[in-house]
Design a protein around this ligand. Structure first.
Ligand code: SF4
Length: 176
């Protein structure tokens, strides 16, 4: 299995979402919210394409394949820039970019920090990586493998975030 930042993000949001995605039940293309997020990313990309580089990274860790695509890396200032639509799952975004920072470190590429930008909210969040974060990411990867390989799909979480999840119809279509 190839673990990407999406796995890290979904692990933080919902174990069921992670399991569905890892088992190739994917709904992202049918979600308006996901499509909306992609428009924001593309608009940001047009504005920044000349200033930043796109980097594709991969690394083996403990027999597992890790990979990530960083869309905006400021090679001069060594800063990752990530654009998001909303901050409803802020912790998932934070761990996604920490995973990128770790991947850079594993590839011997120096990085100072990441900045998550929420253009519609006019907010930004600076993210750094320390040794405790790396230990947490290592533990997270082991737990992702356990969830993904479990034969049983985890239960729905009945959380507010479900309404903006691409799996909402799949998860709740049987309910009144
Ligand atoms: S709709 Fe809710 S329970 Fe279903 S995958 Fe998404 S976050 Fe998880």
């Amino acid at each position: 299995m190839n673990i990407t930042a999406t796995y890290i993000n979904y692990y933080r949001v919902c174990k069921r979402k992670l399991w569905l995605f890892a088992n190739e039940i994917q709904m992202e293309q049918t979600s308006d919210i996901v499509a909306d997020g992609k428009v924001i990313e593309e608009e940001s990309y047009l504005q920044r394409s000349e200033r930043y580089s796109q980097i594709q990274l991969s690394q083996n860790y403990s027999g597992l394949s890790l990979s990530g695509k960083i869309d905006f890396f400021d090679t001069k200032n060594k800063i990752i820039h990530e654009t998001k639509r909303s901050n409803k799952v802020e912790q998932a975004h934070i761990w996604q970019v920490k995973f990128y920072l770790w991947l850079l470190e594993l590839n011997d590429v120096e990085a100072v920090k990441a900045i998550i930008e929420y253009p519609r909210l006019r907010e930004r969040e600076e993210v750094f990586l320390d040794d405790e974060d790396i230990a947490y990411l290592k533990k997270t990867i082991r737990e992702i493998m356990a969830v993904a390989n479990d034969k049983t799909c985890p239960s729905v979480i009945n959380a507010r975030i479900c309404k903006s999840c691409s799996y909402y119809d799949f998860c709740y279509s049987g309910e009144n």
